[in-house]
Design a protein around this ligand. Structure first.
Ligand code: NAD
Length: 423
């Protein structure tokens, strides 16, 4: 069934109504969404995932609407504790939709495992001998994972460098592995450990670290979109977003915040689908510093028609098999709502959401300022922090927004007067 992500007014519905609409829009059984009750994870299930479990902590799961990627609609589950993230992504996706939504492509799911070799007396000769053993090493690596090779993945290439360090000269070998629908850490670590003795023997060296690199720059995914000038607020807003983008490209202080806005979208989908947020964050931030200076991950430009074009390219090591993606019932439900069938497709949606999130933040900053929309949505969290019950939250939040005072202290005052009936 073709998904329709254009559900208007989702924010004004009850949770039960939203579940029904999302299930209907995504073409999944509404009963599947009950897996999201109470965080979707029992303490017993959690006990099988990590050590010394004493409980679980729940994070709100929302669904972003309006996303179109490569001509297909997606309803996107996002796990985040931060107000306004889901609304902002949905708004930006609505603006991009007018000009065809997001277009995404990538390098393919290739991860790198590093093998560190120490003590070679002739490091350059050692490097050459390692590379001569290329086929033997690739075959040995592939023998570790018949499932992966059967699926068309496996070790593809071997590269090596001589690295000068403060602890002497080292030979660093990279094993490049197509991990298909896996995030791939366990898969490539197993291969790295298996091939290390052969590499050490050829190099006349000792192997030390054997582990993947989170600088996953052979697993890049890029997204682009055209954002309509009129819907953004006019030509001045377009020019101002270009200026804001240039600021982030030139200044690491601004770039960190600019990229944090991108990660608001990326990490929320990564978490919702049970993927490794730290691996993705390490990959993205190392990519932002790839030329030796930390910079913005995205670019915004004005096109010939005066609209805004946005582009974002980042490493995106996410999977659909392994890790918590299979073990966490809520992650499984999130993946069903998304309806993706490969890790590459998931990665393309995630990077598109990152670009949508980034555009929304830049637009708000360049137009009315970030607090205008954010604080309105944040008012409910402030009301709850002040002790408002779920029934009281809406009334208190509305009053805070109306009075332009979105502060916990004031929320307590409002709550007190509400409870004493003298509003
Ligand atoms: P995994 O080992 O559980 O699953 C991968 C395996 O699944 C493959 O080796 C293959 O044998 C099999 N498989 C079945 N169907 C497949 C398909 N369609 N495509 C690919 N493989 C298929 O998991 P993984 O993805 O290798 O490792 C991910 C986990 O490793 C995450 O939980 C991550 O947090 C953790 N981890 C991360 C790091 C790091 O980022 N530095 C280090 C160690 C572990």
């Amino acid at each position: 069934m073709a998904v329709n992500s254009r559900i208007s007014g989702l924010k004004d519905r009850s949770v039960a109504e939203r579940r029904a609409l999302v299930a209907d829009g995504a073409g999944v059984d509404a009963a599947a969404l009950t897996a999201l009750d109470a965080g979707g994870l029992t303490v017993e299930q959690a006990d099988h995932m990590i050590e010394n479990v004493v409980g679980t902590i729940a994070i709100p799961l929302g669904v972003a609407t309006n996303m179109t990627v490569n001509g297909r609609d997606y309803l996107v589950p996002m796990a985040t504790e931060e107000a306004s993230v889901v609304a902002a992504a949905s708004n930006a996706a609505r603006i991009a939709r007018v000009h065809g939504g997001f277009h995404a492509s990538g390098t393919g799911p290739v991860m790198i495992a590093q093998i560190q070799l120490l003590g070679a007396v002739d490091p350059h000769g050692a490097r050459a001998r390692v590379l001569e053993a290329r086929q033997e090493v690739l075959d040995l690596a592939n023998a570790q994972d018949p499932v992966l090779t059967r699926l068309g993945g496996g070790a593809r290439e071997l590269t090596a460098r001589v690295l000068e360090t403060r602890d002497g000269t080292q030979v660093i070998v990279h094993l490049h592995v197509d991990v298909r629908d896996a995030m791939g850490a366990n898969a490539v670590n197993t291969m790295a450990e298996a091939v290390a003795p052969v590499l050490a023997e050829r190099a006349g060296a000792r192997s030390l670290l054997r582990i993947l690199s989170n600088k996953a720059d052979t697993r890049l995914v890029r997204a682009r979109a055209v954002f309509d000038a009129e819907l953004l607020g006019g030509p001045r807003v377009v020019d101002d977003i270009v200026s804001a983008s240039a600021f982030a490209e030139a200044d690491p202080y601004r770039a960190a915040t600019h990229n944090k806005g991108i990660m608001n979208g990326i990490s929320a989908v990564v978490l919702a689908t049970g993927n490794d947020t730290r691996a993705v964050e390490a990959g993205c931030h190392s990519h932002a510093a790839r030329d030796g200076r930390y910079t913005a991950l995205s670019r915004f430009e004005k096109d010939r028609d005066g609209n805004l074009t946005g582009t974002l390219e980042v490493p995106m090591p996410v999977g659909l098999v392994g890790g918590a993606t299979r073990a966490h019932p809520a992650a499984q439900t999130a993946i069903r709502i998304l309806g993706v069938t490969s890790a590459t497709e998931l990665a393309e949606v995630i990077v598109s959401v990152g670009l949508a999130q980034n555009l929304a933040a830049c637009r708000a900053l360049a137009a009315e300022g970030i607090q205008h929309g954010h604080m309105r949505l944040h008012a409910r969290t402030v009301a709850a922090s002040a002790g408002a019950s779920p029934e009281e939250v809406r009334d208190v939040a509305e009053r805070l927004v109306k009075d332009g005072r979105i502060q916990v202290e004031y929320a307590r005052e409002v709550l007190e007067s509400l409870r004493s009936g003298d509003r």
